[in-house]
Design a protein around this ligand. Structure first.
Ligand SMILES: [Zn+2]
Length: 336
């Protein structure tokens, strides 16, 4: 039986080969593909980043401005030894330099197109400054943005307001900034005698934020303000003197845009870590600790500016500290 089946199988294979040869003889010579697959592939193209997420009935679109390598052993962590930093990085499966995302957010609300923060332009290096590309990828032109809400005046949050040649990138938008924040960074007296990195922050405020005030396109507000039904600010001072977060609520769901309430994952593991970017570390640490506890306890969605793109998720407890829990990824494209 075994032999007979072997022969039958061999005959079948032969028939298949013969048939294939017949077809080959009848078919015209195979043409070369007209598409150069290597050139057509987008695998080696820069990737614009956007991700749409629903909060209640409101569309929130995370926009990537890029990522930057952030070395943590060059004194940027103000109050931890290299040994402690290493242990915290190991806990998070990270190595220095870490890849920090720069995330901004587009919200369609009340017939308006709102941006929360605007990325860095090229102020933090060539790997960032991609917000205009990400915006283009979702089909929105900068001129269509009606309102820009700045969490704080640092280059990776407000740098994208003005182009390299000095033009307003969002000419039809009102730029909203906490009065405390604008007063601090636009004051020449405050700038005097500052060390880096703070010194550069003042220069950048002059070139990237002041033009909107000069053009009558900037409005200041007091720390806790409701701008539209379901959209308001909350003061969280420390990282900068007028740092705010923004709260979006719709149909019982809530998302808080956190700005730089924390910058890197190891600040969740140990919320007492301070970075040199903090203007005033003691209130920054206090605000961070209080807010993280509230997030973990109440379980609402948060969108920090520097967690891995798209940077929307939750903060949960992790021992004495906290951890980042990204939302599940959903691909809602229609298959063609
Ligand atoms: Zn910042």
């Amino acid at each position: 039986m075994k032999i007979a089946r072997g022969i039958a199988a061999g005959a079948g294979l032969l028939l298949l080969l013969l048939t294939a040869n017949l077809f080959a003889a009848a078919a015209p010579a195979a043409e070369k593909p007209s598409i150069d697959l290597a050139k057509a592939s987008k695998l080696d193209q820069p990737q614009a980043g956007y991700y749409r997420y629903k909060v209640g009935s409101v569309d929130v679109i995370a926009l990537s401005d890029g990522t930057v390598g952030l070395g943590l052993f060059n004194g940027i962590v103000a109050n931890a030894s290299p040994q402690k930093i290493t242990a915290l990085l190991n806990h998070n499966y990270q190595k220095s330099p870490i890849d920090a995302s720069i995330n901004a957010f587009l919200i369609k609300l009340n017939g308006k197109l709102i941006l929360v923060d605007v990325g860095s332009a090229k102020l933090v290096g060539p790997t960032a400054g991609k917000l205009p590309d990400s915006l283009r990828a979702v089909g929105v032109k900068p001129g269509e943005i009606t309102d820009v809400f700045i969490t704080h005046i640092h280059p990776d949050h407000s740098g994208g307001l003005v182009s390299a040649d000095g033009n307003l990138v969002f000419p039809n938008a009102i730029v909203h900034i906490n009065k405390k924040e604008a007063d601090f960074w636009l004051s020449k007296a405050n700038a005097a005698g500052r060390q880096e990195p703070q010194k550069s922050f003042f220069d950048q405020a002059e070139h990237k934020v002041k033009p909107y005030f000069d053009a009558g396109k900037a409005q200041t507000f007091d720390g806790a303000t409701e701008f539209f039904p379901g959209f308001r600010s909350e003061p969280t001072y420390g990282h900068t003197p007028g740092h705010v977060l923004y709260v979006l609520e719709s149909n019982g769901e809530k998302l808080r845009f956190l700005g730089d309430l924390f910058n890197i994952k190891i600040q969740l593991t140990d919320p007492t870590l301070s970075l040199r970017f903090d203007t005033d570390s003691a209130p920054a640490i206090a605000e961070r600790g209080k807010s993280l506890e509230d997030m973990a306890k109440n379980g609402y969605l948060v969108a920090p500016a520097h967690m891995p793109f798209p940077g929307i998720g939750h903060v949960g407890r992790d021992g004495k500290g906290y951890r980042w829990v990204a939302v599940d990824y959903v691909n809602d494209a229609v298959a063609k």
